[in-house]
Design a protein around this ligand. Structure first.
Ligand code: GLN
Length: 483
């Protein structure tokens, strides 16, 4: 039977698998066929796993026995910086081209326990540094909706895989927008959970105080299902939140599901800049009208320090990057290039193995952490980080959600921003705040921009306070008017 992948969601596939409309093997094969057809052009996957069919067979057995869960037999893509034991995990870098994961990331083992089928590893910006997947050492991921444009980044492969019907969902990582911005560019849904909601054990660290793993899917419900499967305390990641703390966070949330519609705050003062594409603001305003029509109250909120967020991010993130990247020294992981002594080995390995953007960030990070500059840059950025978090906490005393566009523009052309890192960094203006504050945020499709005769998706971002994913899910579902 021919499976209609276009209309399929996790929820629908789960029902169909349970009913026996198709098997997990047939479903997996349908995705593999689609990937075979489209991946040459899109380059969403760096590798498709031979074992996918085997794990689908195992999933079928579980489903037949009646013990299957929501995700049993559901095919997914995994970003190339998340470890799957025995598989290569290159973070789209030359330095880890042949590196095989010696163990499973916690998210991987949780998905395996659910009987999820891993289709392959998805392309990304090298070590997740970028916003277009153009920094991948293995070629750019193209936007399935317009092959002349980027799919966004850094989880561009994951978003494109879902958008091209090459997976029912995919995992990404988000340090400054890497789940939400590509989701926005590809017309799918992407969730960055609360910091500490999902274990980071087994994801290659970029900015450890900012990183979170999260799902990219076609609907809000699908992202919710995956989030619930991967979240929770993990003793291997000391920053994960235990149930008690989580419940305490939740008990402090003013909006409790069911009571009333969440109130949405809009930081108008931050949305007036001319760097925002007209089509984005139009779609954004329309979204607010839609919310109003559905009975939501919209209020203006002030976030006095939000204009510093991007600067704070581009100090704190490279500082953490420079320290996290020190482990790729040619001795412990991946590539090793011989020099005349140990020091030269380092230089040669890192020069051969790392791309320009990664090197740029290591240099920036080393600079802001160096003695004499540490106070002026790093410490000050951390102080402002706290002020921005306080601004959000204050705003959440009067609203339940804060809405902004996800990105200032729809998908841009391949090559358009590669020669100007600063214009690429500006792409992150709306997304970095959720990482700086540790708050959860989602991107949902909210309209299209007509460019070069193509309809390019636009994303709406909803941010909530710590632990309030529930509020995000409710509003997101009502907004999309689906599951
Ligand atoms: N585009 C942002 C950056 O380049 C975000 C990256 C990320 O979230 N991993 O830093």
């Amino acid at each position: 039977m021919k499976i209609n992948l276009k209309d399929l969601t996790i929820l629908k596939a789960h029902e169909a698998l349970k009913r026996g409309d198709f098997t997990a093997v047939e479903l997996t094969q349908a995705y593999l066929d689609e990937i075979k057809k489209k991946n040459k052009d899109v380059n969403a996957y760096l590798e498709v796993f031979d074992v996918a069919i085997e794990s689908a067979k195992a999933a079928d057995k579980i489903i037949k026995s009646g013990k299957g869960g929501m995700l049993t037999g559901i095919p997914c893509g995994i970003k190339d910086n998340i470890l799957i034991q025995g598989q290569i995990a290159s973070a789209a870098s030359n330095i880890l081209q042949k590196y095989r994961a010696p163990y499973d990331a916690t998210v991987t083992s949780r998905l395996k326990a659910e009987g999820v089928v891993f289709l392959g590893r998805t392309n990304m910006d090298e070590f997740a540094m970028g916003g277009s997947t153009e920094n991948s050492a293995y070629g750019v991921t193209k936007n399935p909706l317009d092959l002349n444009r980027v799919a966004g980044g850094s989880s561009g492969g994951s978003a494109a895989a879902v958008a091209m019907d090459g997976a029912l969902f995919a995992l990404g990582s988000d340090t400054g927008g890497s789940i939400r911005q590509p989701a926005s560019f590809c017309g799918v849904v992407g969730l960055k959970p609360t910091y500490g909601a999902v274990s980071r054990y087994g994801v290659m660290a970029m900015g450890s105080s900012l990183d979170q793993i999260g799902p990219i899917g076609k609907t809000v419900s699908d992202c919710e299902i995956v989030f619930n499967a991967i979240r929770g305390k993990d003793i291997k990641d000391g920053t994960t939140i235990d149930e008690q703390t989580y419940k305490y966070q939740i008990s402090n949330i003013k909006y409790q599901s069911g009571d009333r519609k969440p109130t949405i705050g809009v930081p108008r003062h931050f949305l007036g800049g001319d760097g925002i594409d007209k089509s984005v603001m139009e779609a954004f305003e329309k979204s607010l009208v839609q919310f109003k029509e559905k009975g939501y109250e919209i209020k203006e909120v002030k976030l006095p320090n939000i204009s510093y967020a991007l600067m704070v991010y581009y100090i704190v993130m490279p500082a953490e990057v420079s320290s996290n990247m020190a482990r790729y020294d040619g001795m412990r992981f991946g590539l090793h290039v011989d020099g005349k002594d140990g020091i030269e080995d380092y230089f040669k390995t890192r020069k051969a193995g790392l791309g320009r953007e990664v090197i740029r960030r290591i240099l920036l990070g080393t600079y802001v952490l160096s003695s004499g500059y540490y106070d002026a840059y790093y410490n000050r950025a951390n102080a402002v980080r706290r002020m921005i978090t306080n601004d959000f906490l204050k705003a959440f005393e009067s609203v339940d959600l804060i809405a902004t566009p996800t990105a200032p523009s729809p998908a841009f052309k391949i090559g358009e921003k590669t020669s100007d890192p600063l214009s690429m960094y500006l792409e992150d203006i709306f997304t970095v705040t959720a990482n700086i504050t540790g708050m959860p945020a989602i991107s949902v499709p909210c309209g299209f921009a007509k460019k070069d005769g193509k309809d390019l998706p636009i994303g709406l971002q909803l941010t909530a306070t710590h632990g309030a994913e529930e509020t995000i899910f409710r509003a997101g579902k009502e907004f999309l008017g689906s599951e």
